[in-house]
Ligand binder design. Structure first.
Ligand code: TPP
Ligand code: MG
Length: 382
């Protein structure tokens, strides 16, 4: 038991053994509720109605993901990073947050973005190449997608240092992948977070792959044991179990809000689709692996639990299906009717304040565009 040197704030929860048996699981892959005296208290308020709403979120998010993948295949999006298989990790954590908490995502957290209330058109805007980024981070307390692997962990830690200075009880939560844990940025963020004991959560979705590189190649120990070297306790949770993820995130949020400092959550899951729509996983992935993980599908297991509880009524099924259809339709409409940006918008939102070098570039570019007079390039009017 490598990872028992640190104890969580309440003193009740043991840290997790990275060997495998330690995985926190409240719903088995067959959909049975498993008792866990450490983590059950964190979800004791979750009624069947609340479970049904988590189920709805997951179904809707899968539908958003599928529809966006179709949009990319139809040439309406340049790229899309699917989250298929990671719905429980994103809904369980996303729904644990308060509005005043701040999310720093990678590019794959479109499910979390839905939970934060991102407009459906804004969700695909950046992937359509329509703007530098999709939304105003301060309206939703969620930064826009970060493609530089791991960089957002530094932003989250810095933001959490600000929260600490303000004396507020908000929390910053950084999402990143298994591959990101090898990046300098993530390790530097953990050093700062531990040293200053800031209210930040490092939420690692271990989806087993960093593009075509399997997690076992770059991590010789469990990912949840890495933060211990920095003095940050960790929880290793079944990332395909929405209830377990909700419990672990609530625990970490509580620690952060009560001056317990940072927590690292490893949500063990699987990326069932390609890395992005530009990737072909059949070139490096064993189809048997996919089969094994399909049997642990996060939505199917919650469906099985709801069924066993008699809570999966025909009314629920049809209302969830109607909601998913409506959301997909709205997103598609917003995507394909999005007006092209004005060419000079390229210079907006690059710097927070205007400056002369940028103004000069903008003027020169406007002049260049004028040379197309009489032969306007669509969407390129200054
Ligand atoms: C600093 C940096 N290095 C390399 C890349 C190229 N790259 C894009 S995604 C990716 C893999 C990331 O894997 P992981 O952190 O597990 O996240 P996942 O894509 O699985 O969600 C890499 C190496 C990048 N975007 N940024
Ligand atoms: Mg990964």
């Amino acid at each position: 038991m490598l990872v028992h040197e640190l104890s969580l704030a309440s003193g009740e929860q043991e840290l997790q053994d990275p060997s495998g048996e330690d995985l926190v699981q409240l719903i088995s892959p067959e959909g049975r509720r498993r008792k866990n005296s450490d983590f059950d208290p964190w979800v004791e308020d979750v009624t069947d109605t609340r479970l049904a709403s988590l189920y709805e979120d997951m179904v809707v998010i899968r539908r958003i993901d599928t529809e966006a993948t179709y949009l990319q295949r139809q040439g309406e999006l340049a790229l899309w990073p699917p989250l298929l298989g990671q719905e429980a990790a994103q809904v369980g954590s996303g729904r644990a947050l308060r509005n005043e908490d701040f999310v720093f995502p990678s590019y794959r957290e479109n499910g979390v973005a839905y939970c934060r209330g991102v407009d459906l058109g804004d969700l695909v805007r950046v992937w359509r190449g329509n703007a530098h980024s999709g939304w105003d981070p301060f309206q939703l307390n969620m930064a826009t997608p970060q493609v530089i692997i791991g960089a957002q962990t530094l932003h989250a830690t810095g933001y959490a240092m600000g929260i600490q200075q303000d004396g507020s009880d908000a929390v910053a939560l950084a999402y990143f992948g298994d591959g990101a844990t090898s990046q300098g940025d993530v390790n530097e963020a953990m050093v700062f977070a531990a040293s200053f004991r800031v209210p930040v959560i490092f939420f690692c979705q271990n989806n087993q792959w960093a593009i075509s590189e399997p997690v076992g190649l770059q991590a010789q120990v469990s990912l949840s044991s890495r933060p211990l070297g920095f003095g940050i306790p960790s929880v290793r949770v079944d990332g395909n179990d929405v209830l377990a993820v909700l419990a672990a995130t609530r625990l970490a949020l509580h620690r952060a809000r009560t001056d317990g400092g940072p927590t690292f959550i490893e949500a063990v899951t699987y990326r069932m689709g390609p890395h992005t729509t530009a990737d072909d996983p059949t070139r490096y992935r064993d189809p048997l692996d996919l089969e094994m993980w399909a049997a642990k599908d996060p939505i199917a297991r919650l469906e099985a639990l709801l069924k066993e509880k008699g809570a999966l009524t025909p009314e629920l099924e049809s209302s969830v299906a109607a909601k998913a259809d409506g959301v997909a339709k709205e997103m598609r409409e917003a995507c394909i009717t999005m007006p092209p940006p004005a060419a000079l918008d390229l210079f907006s939102h690059v710097y927070s304040e205007p400056h002369s070098a940028l103004e000069t570039q903008k003027t020169n570019y406007a002049r260049y565009l004028q040379t197309f007079e009489g032969d306007p390039v669509e969407g390129m009017n200054p």
